[in-house]
Design a protein around this ligand. Structure first.
Ligand SMILES: *Cc1c(COP(=O)(O)O)cnc(C)c1O
Length: 388
């Protein structure tokens, strides 16, 4: 049976070239980057090189001071929110975000609320977008941080990041973006977009899991979340994950270096699914913005049936998909993103997310288009809610 992986928003396959770049750092070059001997210095050099690769991919000025390696995207998000809250609390205790953020941001904001901070959750429109004007209107003298995701992990909607960056810069408020879904898939330049802080994660662009990075513009002070050793300029204690960091560097270089080829190709495959699915299946609704969306994201509400039952049937046919974020599957709660976009509960349950990667082929897409309509038909025939 054909195996089709369409859950690249949850994680991606490791690129072979990335694995090759990492391998020597598991075997021959295993020194601790803090050690002064030659094996240590070789590891140190590899980490420094990866830092340059990340800085270059983001358009950051000073790799050494502006890039901090972390244990992934969630850690980077936590570090920004908790760090800025702690360091700048004398200026104020107000934070602005949106109601469609990843849980790494949302749950951390809820923790901050319990600690006495005030958080404004800007409501999104039916496509999952906020406007820069909403941000401008919400900023107060005591606002210390605006955190708005670059591209949504469930519905793929792209936020107007350069416009929000301009507003924050003009008002003198720090601007963080969780760009975990966007890095390696859309062009990002932190300088041109007025981004002060940015979170990324290697396993979302064909790098290894458990390693990420945080860009922090020079001049902004973020205290360490994890204390101990002096690694990462005292910003993140713990012996560096050298193979992971090397893999992140290689993956970001490869992904960002091939956006001009991959993004148009993925967008075409995405749009094939977006056009064909409603032609083949009645009563479906595209979730997210029709054009302002990540190149690899397709999300449909399929009325009258549960997302989970579609997933099981797809899996039996060799297709790996998702009904929302990996964190919420397993629970039967409807997606907070779909609810925030105004979908009623019963429709928010029946969503199907297909996310493409750099390795997705036209044949993969055609196979899904062949299998999915029959599955939906069968499930609807059993659904008490559906009448043809
Ligand atoms: C995957 C993801 C994260 C979490 O990244 P991890 O590296 O898995 O911790 C955060 N934000 C968004 C938007 C994501 O898609």
């Amino acid at each position: 049976m054909r195996q089709v992986y369409m859950d690249n928003a949850a994680t991606t396959a490791l690129n072979k070239e990335v694995l090759e770049a990492m391998t020597p750092y598991f075997t021959e070059i295993y020194g601790n980057p803090s050690s002064l001997h030659t094996p240590g210095q070789l590891a140190h050099k590899a980490v420094a090189n990866a830092r340059q690769q990340v800085a270059k991919a983001l358009g950051a000025e000073d790799a050494e001071r502006e890039i901090i390696f972390t244990g992934g995207g969630s850690e980077a998000d936590n570090m920004v929110l908790l760090g800025i809250a702690q360091r700048y609390q004398k200026k104020g205790k107000h934070i602005i975000t949106t109601n469609v953020e990843h849980h790494a941001v949302l749950y951390t904001c809820q923790r901050l609320e319990k600690m006495g901070y005030e958080v404004t959750y800007l409501p999104v429109d039916e496509y999952g977008r906020i406007t820069a004007q909403q941000v401008a209107d919400a900023i107060r003298p005591d606002t210390i941080l605006v955190s708005v995701m670059f591209g949504n992990n469930e519905v793929g909607t792209l936020m107007p990041i350069p416009e929000i960056g301009a507003v924050c810069r003009e008002k003198g408020v720090f601007f963080h973006t969780d760009a975990v879904q966007a890095v390696g898939h859309v062009h990002i330049n932190v300088k041109e977009m007025n981004i002060d802080m940015l979170s990324l994660s290697a396993h979302k662009f064909h790098g290894p899991k458990g390693v990420g990075a945080l860009y922090v513009r020079k001049g902004i002070v973020i205290p360490a979340l994890i204390t101990g050793g002096a690694q990462e300029h005292n910003k993140r204690a713990g012996t560096e994950n050298v193979p992971g960091i090397v893999g992140l560097g290689k993956a970001i270089e490869l992904a960002c270096g091939s956006i001009d080829e991959n993004a148009p190709r993925m967008t075409r495959l995405r749009d094939k699914l977006i056009t064909r699915i409603p032609e083949l299946i009645p009563e479906v609704k595209l979730n997210g913005h029709p054009t302002e969306r990540l190149p690899g994201n397709v999300n449909f509400s399929i009325k009258y049936i549960e997302g989970e039952s579609i997933l099981l049937m797809l899996d039996l046919n060799g297709i790996a998909a998702s009904s929302g974020s990996a964190c919420t599957s397993g629970s039967l709660d409807p997606s907070h993103v779909l609810l925030a976009m105004g979908l009623p509960h019963e429709i928010a349950h029946g969503s199907l997310r297909l996310t493409l990667g750099d390795d997705t082929t036209e044949e993969d897409v055609d196979y899904v288009l062949e299998v999915l309509p029959a599955i939906v038909k069968r499930l609807r025939a059993m659904s008490p809610l559906y009448h043809e």
